[in-house]
Design a binder for this molecule. Structure first.
Ligand code: GLA
Length: 805
């Protein structure tokens, strides 16, 4: 394994299955040569892939008299600027004391390092608290870093491009550091993290937009001229997630070229995809320029967060697996890396603000009896918090609601044999709170201007050291005093009126406020997670408004969406799965009618969907009947039995492209790394009459192993059939009558049993035909009841490994 090869002026970065290459050309510029499938030699690489240029066409700019055939507009580059002929979007723009905005970066030197290496400029100790600083490998093997230093011939600054090769994950990380080596202050207008100049534009862009409770809406669009993705919410945003993909038009889950991109950052970001005059594509990723922009004094340094890229020659499933492995190996911290996550009960949709210790304990007792391991006390436990209009900032327990305090409740929960978790929203404050009254200048707001509120609250300025120091003390105190195993860290508004009354009222005093906020947040999280490494943090920002790799460096899991409707969740969780592993996705079973959509999805669907994520229950278990409670207990047992594979297995999307008979259904599958166990989930949307046949091709198991495939039994109530029951019943059973109710209790309907043994090659190559679905022609127990929002869970277990095939 030799991840970085340097020959003469050629730099080649290898991951296990991919190669990235660039070189220094005669003028000192960096020419991007290649990013794609693994190459096995360097001989001829430049001759084959280097730009061949004999003239500069028409009104294009020639770089210099000594290089008359070089146009920076036509050169695929590693770093681009303005002013020397490249009229595409630039990677870096600075303005010097003379007002010049032209830059011309040329190669100076390089260094290489094991692992992430030192921060190229500042040295480890002074490194800015960006989350990639913690993105260490559990085994550093195969992680190497290359720093390329360039100098600006015009303005005299120095730029360091840092490339980190995550060999096994097939990921390359890129970031930039700019040092003002000139003798006057400059203004940094933009500094991106990654530039990738691709030689053509025959790609489809897949990105994920959305809104609150509608995270990860998938959009697919062919590249034509210019696409801009990004966020201005102050967070990475549910309006557009920073993860996106490019794929060859015909590529699908199992076939074809595709690239995945993400950014290890939680604030405003931008990605642009520009098709240039010659049909090439420039991808840029980084912090939104107006968020990062600042003045830089001589010798001062500015560093960007790390962007990451992956390439797959074999379709989107492999791309996702590479992203998943990267998150699990290099993003998730310490002891949580491969630790199975507890099944939890959350009090929010059960009681909202109306929490009270006796009621909470009753819920906890019931949950414990069903196998739940972690009790999470959500909003409402502190200050005067009876609604969302007040209390945020006052993190002292409300003794009317919790007379024995947090400590007392936490101890009672522990005495039941459960872990205790707590909701907090540390970055926020209500105007109606003691904290705001004490420190009105700690918030982001413009003095003497009406402030626009979100959920009645204001942001504390985490860019101020006194604020993060204060929060550190308050939170550390809470975690010290009560036995708390888990924190749900919420953040429920986006930004507006960004200004700090505590900072100097000047352009420089207020610059880069939101970036400083994000750095302050990271610093706080870094301190807390170092001091309390054993506490499981779950990120949340009104659901998935900050679902990103930056937060995942500190919080091993994130609440994926406030939308707990199972049907909506199928798409939400499926789309997260393109870039994030199931071990990061909070997924809860909630009550019906659903609190966001009023849909009545059957319990089985709610359970199936939540199984493909980190299972929790978020409903009032005290009001359920015995049948529902039994179904919940059984489901939790099932989940625990398969938890390792459900949380950490290889995840497959079974799409209608390969399974045309799926029609309105979606199917997911997870398989363990040894291909011995798997779980297949089938989730129906709306049913179509008389489409009773369904054949599914399994994925991810071994061709040569024989497997048993069987379903989890389901039990139905007579109610499923309504008045149809009277077509077969010897006695009339009017709907809603007492007689009907008695019959319902006496005659539960057993769903179909499905159990077969077959070799993996058959189950994957040919597929498996499921029992005929109900089509109104009578019912027997071999029929698959497959009404709207039906679902199935199937287990896959290796029986024997066939030899000699
Ligand atoms: C946000 C979260 C919810 C819940 C509430 C509490 O909306 O996303 O899960 O914690 O806040 O106020």
């Amino acid at each position: 394994m030799n991840p970085i090869i340097i020959e003469d002026h050629l730099f080649v970065l290898h991951t296990q299955d991919t190669t990235y290459a660039f070189r220094v050309i005669e003028t000192g510029h960096l020419e991007h040569l290649y990013y794609g499938q693994r190459l096995h030699a360097t001989e001829g690489l430049v001759a084959a892939l280097g730009l061949k240029s004999s003239y500069v066409p028409g009104n294009t700019i020639a770089y210099h008299a000594s290089a008359p055939s070089l146009s920076l507009e036509a050169l695929p580059q590693e770093v681009s600027t303005t002013g020397k002929g490249d009229c595409r979007e630039a990677f870096v723009i600075t303005q010097d004391a003379l007002g010049r905005r032209t830059s011309d970066f040329v190669f100076k030197t390089y260094t290489r390092h094991q692992g992430l290496g030192p921060n190229p400029v500042l040295g480890d100790n002074e490194a800015l608290p960006l989350p990639h600083d913690g993105a260490r490998a559990p085994f550093d093997e195969g992680v190497e870093t290359l720093c390329i230093f360039l100098e600006d011939r015009v303005q005299g600054t120095t730029l360091c491009l840092t490339y980190t090769v995550f060999y096994r994950a097939n990921v390359i990380g890129k970031r930039a550091t700019l040092i003002n080596t000139s003798d006057k202050s400059i203004r940094v207008e933009r500094l991106m993290s990654n530039q990738l100049d691709l030689s053509h534009h025959a790609y489809e862009l897949i990105h994920f937009g959305g809104a609150w409770a509608r995270e990860m809406d998938q959009h697919r669009t062919p590249l034509s001229r210019y696409e801009q993705l990004g966020s201005q919410t102050g967070t990475s945003s549910n309006r557009c997630n920073p993860f996106f993909m490019l794929k060859a038009p015909r590529a699908n889950e199992d076939f074809g070229d595709c690239y995945g991109f993400n950014l290890i950052y939680s604030g405003n970001w931008i990605s642009t995809l520009e098709v240039d005059a010659f049909g090439s594509t420039r991808v840029l990723q980084g912090v939104r320029p107006d968020t990062l922009s600042k003045a830089l004094k001589p010798e001062a340094v500015i560093e960007t967060p790390m962007a990451i890229m992956t390439y797959s020659a074999t379709g989107l499933t492999n791309l996702s697996h590479q992203m998943h492995r990267f998150v699990q190996h290099h993003i998730v911290r310490g002891q949580w890396q491969y630790r199975v996550r507890p099944v939890l009960i959350n009090s929010w949709e059960a009681f909202y603000f109306n929490v009270q210790d006796k009621k909470l304990l009753r819920l906890a007792r019931r949950a414990k009896a069903l196998g739940v391991e972690l009790f999470v006390l959500d909003d409402g436990w502190f200050g005067d918090r009876d609604s969302d209009t007040r209390g945020l900032g006052d993190w002292q327990e409300n003794l009317k609601k919790l007379p024995r305090g947090l400590e007392g409740l936490a101890k009672d929960i522990h005495a039941l044999g459960m872990d205790f978790g707590l909701w907090l929203e540390p970055e926020m404050v209500n105007e109606d709170s003691k904290l705001y009254r004490q420190h009105p200048d700690w918030v982001l707001r413009i003095p003497n201007v009406d402030h626009s509120l979100g959920r009645n609250q204001l942001l504390l300025n985490l860019g101020l050291k006194e604020v993060t120091d204060y929060l550190y003390e308050v939170l550390a105190d809470i975690l010290e005093k009560a036995p708390i195993n888990y924190i749900k860290w919420d953040m429920n508004r986006i930004v507006s009126d960004v200004y700090s009354p505590a900072l100097e009222p000047s352009i420089e005093g207020q610059q880069a406020l939101m970036h400083r906020y994000v750095l302050g947040l990271y610093h706080l999280l870094d301190r807390l997670t170092r001091r309390f490494p054993q506490v499981l943090f779950e990120g949340c920002a009104s659901g998935g408004n900050r679902f990103d790799l930056g937060m995942l460096c500190y919080m091993p899991q994130i609440w994926a969406s406030d939308n707990t409707d199972a049907h909506a969740r199928v798409a939400i969780q499926k789309h997260y799965s393109y870039g994030y592993p199931l071990s990061t996705l909070g997924a809860h079973v909630s009550d019906v009618p659903n609190h966001q959509t009023l849909r009545e999805a059957p319990l089985a669907l709610r359970q199936t969907v939540a199984s493909f994520g980190l299972l929790g229950y978020e409903m009032n278990l005290l009001t359920l009947d015995g049948t529902a409670l039994k179904a919940i207990g059984d489901h939790i047992d099932f989940y625990k039995t398969y938890r390792q594979v459900l949380q950490f297995g290889d995840f497959y999307r079974l799409n209608p492209e390969e399974n045309p008979e799926l029609e309105g259904s979606q199917a997911f599958m997870v398989v363990d790394s040894e291909k011995k166990r798997g779980v297949l989930g089938l989730m129906q949307g709306l049913t179509t009459a008389n489409r009773p046949q369904l054949r599914l091709k399994l994925k991810g198991i071994s061709e040569t192993t024989t497997y048993r495939l069987y379903n989890r039994h389901q039990q139905y109530s007579l109610r499923v059939f309504g008045d149809l029951v009277n077509a077969v019943s010897p006695i009339p059973l009017p709907k809603g009558s007492l007689r009907f109710k008695v019959a319902e209790q006496l005659y539960p309907i057993a769903g179909e049993t499905f159990d077969l043994v077959a070799q993996g090659s058959i189950l994957m190559g040919g597929g498996v035909r499921l029992p005929q679905a109900f089509i109104g022609m009578g019912y027997k127990d071999s029929v698959r009841l497959y009404q709207d929002f039906a679902s199935r869970l199937y287990c896959v277990e290796a029986r024997q490994i066939d030899e000699g095939l």
